[in-house]
Design a protein around this ligand. Structure first.
Ligand SMILES: [Zn+2]
Length: 275
């Protein structure tokens, strides 16, 4: 099967979204992500936002940015056995060894599971890694627990411990790519702001998992570790995107997960980019 990729530019930054994986499912799947939201409210909002209740997308959208000087990958996808990321990179003519920097937005499996291959070897053999310090420390501690669930953490994080740069404040990682703290989904979850030639892209990563959360920022999925903080972060990011008219990327929205936050009848709504 062909891997979905979508190339676009932000100023002089050459960008591509690669679909590491994705499903289209019925509303029950989304309801499972939001167990605290009454089912009828969820259905009503999804319908009001124009979704087909039998075909709701959930994607893993990995962003690749070529700055001209560096190739930067935002997360590594879920890894074996289902990951499509390496095929997507191949389709774009990018060898894994050519990746200079990997920014790890947080420690969930669908974001760090693809750091190593089946033999435990680093896939992006020449890359340095970047992660928020509290996020790194949190997952390393979780990874010390001997349960099955933590295995992916040990497998993927231990091999990069000599290559990871831990950051604690907003920072420009490479020219044109800035890391912003966006806590709540996890303790040290980060968002990214790309800027070049006056054009900007805000990558909200997992600050929202479903476009209706752009409108109803109070809705947190069960994977938000700190729901109150996640809500504040989500609201701040979508309000900024609307105010500054930013192009927005979201890791889990329907592929390629690009769009804008628009004000419509007194509320903010997601408008997917036409591709
Ligand atoms: Zn995720």
């Amino acid at each position: 099967m062909m891997v979905a990729t979508y190339s676009f530019q932000v100023g002089r930054l050459q960008c591509a979204v690669i679909q590491d994986g994705g499903v289209v499912g019925p509303v029950e799947r989304i309801a499972g992500m939001f167990p605290d939201i009454p089912h009828d409210s969820l259905e009503r909002e999804l319908l009001r936002h124009g979704f087909d209740l039998n075909a709701l997308p959930f994607s893993l959208n990995v962003l690749l940015v070529d700055t001209g000087a560096q190739r930067v990958l935002m997360d590594t996808g879920e890894g074996l056995p289902d990951s499509q990321l390496l095929d997507g990179l191949r389709a774009l003519g990018v060898a894994p060894e050519a990746i200079d920097t990997v920014i790890l937005t947080h420690g969930h499996r669908d974001h760090i599971g693809g750091i190593v291959d089946g033999d435990g070897k680093l896939i992006y053999a020449n890359a340095r890694y970047v992660m928020w310090r509290s996020e790194w420390e949190h997952w390393l501690a979780v990874g010390q627990q001997p349960d099955e669930r933590s295995q992916y953490i040990r497998r993927n994080l231990i091999p990069i411990q000599d290559r990871v740069t831990l950051i604690e404040a907003e920072a420009e990682i490479v020219p044109g790519i800035c890391v912003l703290p966006a806590p709540g989904h996890t303790v040290g979850h980060i968002a990214l702001l790309l800027e070049s030639d006056g054009e900007r892209l805000l990558h909200i990563v997992d600050a929202a998992h479903q476009p209706v959360q752009v409108t109803i920022t109070e809705w947190s999925p069960r994977f938000d570790m700190q729901p109150d903080r996640a809500q504040q972060t989500r609201r701040a990011l979508v309000e900024r995107a609307a105010r500054e008219k930013l192009l927005v990327a979201a890791y889990h929205f329907g592929f390629p997960g690009l769009g804008n936050v628009m004000e419509q009848d007194g509320e903010l709504v997601w408008q997917a980019a036409e591709i």
